[in-house]
Design a protein around this ligand. Structure first.
Ligand SMILES: NC(=O)c1ccc[n+]([C@@H]2O[C@H](COP(=O)([O-])OP(=O)(O)OC[C@H]3O[C@@H](n4cnc5c(N)ncnc54)[C@H](O)[C@@H]3O)[C@@H](O)[C@H]2O)c1
Length: 354
């Protein structure tokens, strides 16, 4: 059977997850790599057996035999590369966030609507984690009843990666667009994607990137510059949905707090669940409260298997055997929420989406 030929655009940190997962998929041949940084593109092409490498994504997109691309570049180029790739006839897996602004998201959505039989999948990798897939089965079987409340908190005390992550022009923002996007999406997806009605949020830039902190190491992007930081330290938000449900969420790069935490909880009429830090279900039976821990290999998010599941699903969709579980419309809706949180923070008012 003919293999799907894939090009990877953006050959930095997260691209390795894409490369490894494509390498492990027997239906795929990694055909080309592109990065603004020529050495990075060449090294990844050599390592993963790609025949071609480029520094201009337009050149990669003009290669007829390439069927699909992964877009793993900075957020500021997701919209232009996604649109160009669709117009060049390629299937697209674009990393989260879909892009930087609602206008860009709508531009990508228009491009998707103009093509036939081409897939655009948004890289909402948390949806593909084993713990999310297991929980979704319970939710779809109505074991939770109506899920009316979600609560998520992703707190780093000292975790501004710097580099492009800290440059609003390239990232679009800080912990909201980088961390918040994952958990707002995962909670919303598991709640059954209710329509968002309004958003109230706050962002704070009080501590900066804390580059002065000594004796404690933290992850730094390749082009880390202690003097460059134009993104928020943290955000919090309350999101209301048309069905009466609500979500409370916060995330930080910098905060005076005892330890880093990652928590995501869902509360329904029949049961509640924690998916982070570990999958756990709380329910009741025969007038007794039950705490249930599913016995699965990865009860916390396992990045390798999450990316493998995401990319296997993308390839299945490219082959026309399934519809993506992360379509462009979902990327647009999440982009509207992120933009509304920034707007609410600026205006000090609740923002109504519909
Ligand atoms: N799904 C996840 O869990 C996850 C985790 C980390 C990052 N990401 C996303 O992946 C993307 C990349 O993040 P990263 O951590 O790999 O960053 P990175 O800085 O390590 O790598 C990005 C690479 O893209 C290249 N690049 C930028 N613009 C380009 C362009 N126009 N054409 C070609 N190459 C270009 C850069 O030179 C760099 O090598 C971001 O959108 C980020 O939000 C997702």
């Amino acid at each position: 059977m003919r293999k799907i030929k894939v090009g990877v655009i953006g050959a930095g940190s997260i691209s390795d997850m894409h490369f490894e997962a494509y390498k492990a998929n027997e239906n795929v041949k990694i055909a080309a790599v592109c990065d603004l940084n020529e050495r990075r593109a060449r090294e990844k092409a050599e390592y993963y057996g790609a025949n071609q490498y480029y520094t201009d994504y337009n050149e990669l997109l003009s290669v007829q035999e390439i069927d699909a691309v992964s877009i793993c570049t900075w957020n500021n180029s997701h919209a232009e590369i996604s649109t160009a790739a669709l117009n060049a006839g390629k299937h697209v897996l674009v990393e989260k966030p879909l892009c930087k602004t609602v206008d860009e998201a709508l531009e990508i959505e228009r491009a998707v609507r103009e093509v036939d039989d081409q897939v655009l999948q948004v890289g909402f990798v948390r949806r593909h984690g084993t713990n999310a897939q297991v929980l979704k089965k319970f939710i779809d079987a109505d074991d939770f009843g109506d899920i009316y409340y979600a609560k998520a908190s992703y707190i780093r005390a000292l975790g501004n990666p710097g580099g492009w992550f800290a440059d609003k022009a390239r990232s679009g923002g800080g912990p909201l667009i980088d961390l918040g996007v994952h958990v707002i999406d995962l909670a919303w997806y598991l709640m059954g994607k209710p329509k968002v009605t309004s958003v109230s949020g706050n962002t704070y830039s009080r501590l900066g990137n804390r580059s002065h902190i000594e004796h404690k190491s933290f992850y730094k992007a390749a082009d880390y510059d202690p003097d460059q930081n134009t993104v928020e330290d943290m955000f919090n938000a309350l999101i209301r949905f048309e069905n009466g449900a609500s979500m409370m969420v916060d995330a930080s790069f910098s905060l005076h707090t005892k330890r880093d935490t990652g928590e995501l909880k869902l509360f329904g009429e029949k049961a509640g669940a924690e998916i982070d830090p570990q999958l756990h279900i709380t329910t009741e039976k025969h007038h007794t409260i039950l705490n249930v821990t599913p016995e699965i290999d990865a009860s916390s998010f396992d990045m390798m298997s999450g990316f493998q599941n995401e990319i296997d699903h993308f390839i299945t969709c490219v082959k026309g055997e399934a519809d993506t579980i992360a379509p462009v419309e979902d990327g647009v809706e999440i982009m509207k929420v992120l933009a509304a949180i920034y707007e609410s923070s600026e205006t000090g008012k609740e923002v109504y989406l519909r």
